[in-house]
Ligand binder design. Structure first.
Ligand code: GLC
Length: 423
């Protein structure tokens, strides 16, 4: 199934590229006087398969401005690499880019995305933290589309049988993962620990939850060599050393970790909200047995990284007016509602989190709202690509127990200083 989708995507990408060389260019030559005409929307994998029908609705109403969906791989890093390679080639085949919130600064600083008029995109009704992820150097470069915050998923059936509630602190999480999971033949705790953006997210959450940080002042000040940062990495190292973090999780991205959880192999999972609907779907072995709570920290609530994606117009788009209209459509209240109900993704409009009907069907919404409002963004650095690679390399050594948290923060501090100096 995944293989077929992947093959389908590859074909679609090739088809779009070929169209770029042939049919599109002819149309674009004539239709672009006012920046209007057909376009593409490029995105990371649509894990809940909801985007096709949403775009069909747009296409029915806009026959001269049809949008073609280009789906890249599920992984944040591969998607970024493929988008950048196309943007660098200057081919102009992507019009609307669905970019990770972590990349807005890099894409804006490189001149790959065009600034937007604020009057055209009023953002007062959006959740406040998401708006900030769409700006760079005081200008609006994208419109928030989906937000995200990490949640702790747990096997409610097992905890109920044990007569306990879900963990509220790291100590409780470690104890339950260590003592209860083996009784049921399960791994204790899993997150996304393969070296890619997900590892940076998991490590940043651990460090922030302990009260530390990697960088401050949008990447200008290095702050990682501190006791709280060591404690954050220590939480992950303890889990590996004591065996309550699953060894398999060293190879997990979001989807592999979701699969392990819904195959009934793991007691606790850190993942994004899209997992709630899928883990409770008919084909999941743990359907109806899954609960979700905010991430725990050392003494209580932990701190999630603010995830999600923003929609931007490629600076090379030949139809930027149509592209901007498509962005307005996808971020409208009506479509944002479908982003939640059909896509199981967290919307960016604040009022949807208080809608009783939506809360009835998506019981994790109030928890998610709290987590998003308390989430901390990743550093807004035009060199975030280098920052995240340095974090991943060092944290990988911590997880493999090749470096202690002490050694890790010293090395990372040195590497981040050198990146900050170049900035
Ligand atoms: C999710 C988040 C995104 C993050 C990525 C890491 O897609 O929305 O912000 O960078 O996961 O894998």
């Amino acid at each position: 199934m995944r293989w077929t989708r992947a093959a389908g995507r590859a074909l679609l990408v090739i088809a779009v590229i070929l169209l770029g060389y042939t049919g599109f260019s002819a149309q674009q030559g004539t239709a672009n006087r006012e920046g209007r005409g057909p376009m593409t929307l490029v995105t990371a994998g649509d894990l809940t398969d909801y985007l096709g029908p949403l775009l069909d609705d747009w296409n029915t109403g806009h026959p001269a401005e049809k949008v073609t969906l280009v789906e890249l791989p599920d992984s944040a890093d591969e998607t970024r690499a493929q988008m950048i390679s196309e943007l660098r080639s200057g081919g102009g085949r992507f019009d609307v880019l669905n970019i990770d919130v972590a990349w807005t600064s890099e894409f804006a600083a490189a001149g790959w995305i065009a600034p937007l008029e604020r009057e055209r995109f009023p953002l007062d009704d959006f959740l406040p933290p998401v708006v900030d992820t769409a700006t760079f150097g005081g200008r609006l470069y994208a419109v928030p589309y989906v937000t995200n915050a990490g949640l702790l998923y747990y096997r409610a059936d097992i905890l109920r049988r044990e007569g306990i509630g879900p963990p509220r602190t790291w100590e409780e999480l470690a104890r339950q993962a260590r003592d209860i999971a083996p009784k049921y033949g399960l791994d204790g705790y899993a997150g996304q620990f393969l070296p890619y953006e997900g590892l940076s997210v998991n490590a940043t959450e651990a460090v922030h939850s302990a009260g530390g940080s990697f960088l401050r002042d949008d990447g200008a000040r290095v702050t990682v060599d501190s006791a709280p940062a060591r404690a954050g990495l220590g939480f992950l190292a303890d889990g590996m050393r004591e065996g309550w973090i699953s060894k398999d999780a060293l190879g997990y991205k979001e989807e592999e970790s979701r699969q392990a959880f819904q195959d009934g192999k793991v007691l606790f999972l850190r993942n994004w909200p899209y997992v709630y609907a899928l883990a409770n779907a008919k084909d999941s072995k743990v359907s109806g047995k899954v609960g979700a709570v905010p991430l725990p920290g050392p003494d209580g609530l932990g701190t999630s990284v603010l995830g999600g994606s923003n929609l931007a117009v490629s600076a090379q788009s030949r139809h930027p007016q149509s592209a901007a209209d498509l962005i307005a459509y996808l971020t409208s209240e009506r479509v944002q509602r479908q982003v939640l109900t059909k896509g199981a993704l967290p919307p960016v409009r604040a009022e949807l989190y208080k809608d009783p009907a939506l809360i009835r069907d998506h019981p994790y919404l109030p928890t998610l709202r709290q987590s998003v409002l308390a989430a901390e963004p990743r550093p807004k650095s035009p060199r975030y690509d280098q920052v995240t690679l340095a974090v991943q390399a060092v944290v990988q050594d911590v997880m493999a127990l090749r470096a202690s948290p002490e050694q890790a923060v010293v090395r990372l501090s040195r590497e981040l200083e050198s990146i900050a100096r170049k900035g």
